[in-house]
Design a protein around this ligand. Structure first.
Ligand code: PML
Ligand code: MG
Length: 266
């Protein structure tokens, strides 16, 4: 395998995030040197023309990833769950989270935390899957999942195309959720986008990634991620894995390619 690089972008308005700037956009990739320039340019363009607003702080970080530090994980099975409005979408999200092992009170607390944000965070909140209490101490920054890529980008693009999943949101979210689901102490994830035009969100765990087309109001710039974790989880190890460990996601074998299923939560 040729040398791989982690490419990370973050953009904010009103200064850097750590100086109080408002989060505009972020992106992650792991890719060979030959693809670095075009990927960096695409991230730059994305940050500068973002629907959340005009960025005045933009950072691109490129780091070499050694083969020894690289881990792999399988792409999660994907389920498409239809829903007609946000109320139904959130009810189904609650149901999915409880099936995935999150206590009902904790799932409700997580839904309320995401719904109650006044603006988006750069990263995710860690919430106890039993009590619903926030566990991380990262405040408005949250835990940013970094260093994620696809092990076979062409096969992954092909897989997405076969399953009619288009666009950067679902592509990146699937990779991220696959890394997150494999984290030590992780129970489940809840997410809806902070991009005003994107209303599809998801609930994910090792058992699968459940897409819900209406999880937030069209036009809302408020979204984010909640990671529900076991009460006894080692938060330091979890944070290290999420932020620092480089993970490549494997696409399913050709024979498994039709595993997308519908209507999983009747
Ligand atoms: C984001 O914008 O960061 C979240 C994207 C969620 C994608 C959900 C999907 O389409 O499956
Ligand atoms: Mg966004």
């Amino acid at each position: 395998m040729s040398e791989l690089y982690s490419l990370r972008m973050r953009a904010a308005q009103g200064g850097a995030h750590e100086a109080g700037g408002r989060h505009i956009s972020g992106a992650e990739a792991i890719l060979p040197e030959a693809e670095l320039k075009s990927a960096a340019l695409a991230m730059l363009e994305r940050a500068l023309g973002h629907s959340r607003g005009k960025a005045d702080f933009l950072q691109l970080v490129v780091e070499c990833v050694t083969p020894e530090e690289l881990q792999t994980t399988p792409l999660l099975p994907v389920y498409a769950q239809a829903n007609s409005d946000i109320e139904q979408g959130r009810r189904l999200a609650l149901k999915a989270l409880t099936r995935m092992g999150v206590a009902k009170e904790a799932a409700l607390s997580g839904l309320n935390m995401l719904d109650g944000l006044s603006d988006s965070m750069r990263g995710a909140m860690l919430v106890c899957a039993k009590t619903g209490c926030r566990l991380d101490e990262s405040g408005a920054r949250g835990i940013r999942v970094s260093r994620i890529g696809s092990a076979e980008p062409a096969a992954f693009a092909d897989w997405l195309h076969q399953h009619a999943m288009r666009g950067v949101h679902v592509r990146e979210a699937l990779l991220l959720a696959s890394k997150v689901a494999a984290a030590p102490g992780m129970v489940a994830e809840l997410c809806w986008s902070d991009d005003p035009e994107y209303t599809t969100g998801y609930v994910a765990a090792k058992t699968g990634y459940v897409r819900l087309p209406h999880l937030k109001v069209l036009g809302s710039p408020v979204g984010g991620r909640i990671f529900f974790v076991r009460p006894e989880a080692d938060l330091r190890a979890l944070r290290l894995y999420l932020e620092e460990t480089a993970v490549l996601v494997n696409v399913p074998e050709a024979t498994e390619r039709s595993w997308l299923q519908h209507e999983v939560l009747p």
